[in-house]
Ligand binder design. Structure first.
Ligand SMILES: [Zn+2]
Length: 235
């Protein structure tokens, strides 16, 4: 029996899981704005619009995320954090993903949807040199300085790398320190790239099934008690 045959029932389950994700309202998420944060990862030109790792599947989340940030800000949320890739030219991560998002380039800047927010200059940006948000970054200090936060809305790209590590890190950190914490991932604000097997055969890159990996990692976040929802609606 092939893996495809053995996994058919689970894939059917996975498809239903994504299709039937619940929707939350902002009122249900932001009950106390001073206890709520929006953490956005890698919503930068180098993953949405330009360069070797940009994906047309990922680009539309820029506007959805900016809209969510506007709504959260208007309800009093002031902890909006931008976690962003910014590599030196000799970054060791290029062994896995090739050269991308060099410090100081346009690729490394937040997308215009975010930069044009009227409160953009009041957002915090933390840079990272790996997939992980908390290894050799200022993220742990940022978190520890904000013990009041107990609700985190996680958005960005890509679902199966930085979003997954960010959301599960926040959950595992909370579990390890016995700190009750909601971590919410709205599906309309996360996405991943697609690289078909036949296209990848001609490239120095591994194939990547966007739909399957997006669904699988949404499931895996939910498995770890992250609240994966379809969207967080204003009403
Ligand atoms: Zn990178």
């Amino acid at each position: 029996m092939s893996l495809v045959q053995k996994s058919q029932h689970f894939l059917d389950y996975l498809e239903d899981f994504v299709a039937n994700l619940p929707t939350l309202t902002l009122d249900e998420v932001i009950t106390r704005p001073e206890h709520t944060a929006v953490v956005s990862v890698d919503v930068i030109n180098g993953f949405l619009y330009e360069g070797p790792l940009a994906s047309p599947r990922v680009a539309p989340i820029g506007e959805s995320i900016a809209q969510l940030m506007r709504s959260a800000w208007s309800r009093g949320v002031r902890d909006i954090l931008l976690l962003q890739d910014a590599h030196d030219t000799d970054s060791l991560e290029f062994e896995a993903y090739g050269e991308h998002v060099i410090k100081g380039t346009h690729q490394a800047e937040a997308v215009d949807e975010i930069k044009s927010l009227p409160f953009y200059d009041q957002l915090t940006t933390i840079y990272k040199d790996s997939i992980h948000p908390a290894i050799n970054t200022d993220f742990v200090d940022w978190l520890n300085e904000r013990e009041v936060l107990d609700t985190f809305i996680v958005v960005g790209d890509v679902t199966d790398l930085c979003v997954y590590h960010l959301a599960t890190y926040l959950k595992f950190h909370a579990n390890a320190y016995h700190t009750p914490r909601r971590v919410i991932v709205p599906e309309n604000c996360v996405q991943t790239w697609d690289l078909p097997v036949d296209v990848a055969a001609d490239l120095p890159a591994m194939p990547h099934h966007g739909d399957l990996l997006h669904a699988t990692f949404l499931y895996h976040m939910a498995l770890n008690a992250v609240e994966v929802v379809k969207a967080i609606q204003a009403e």
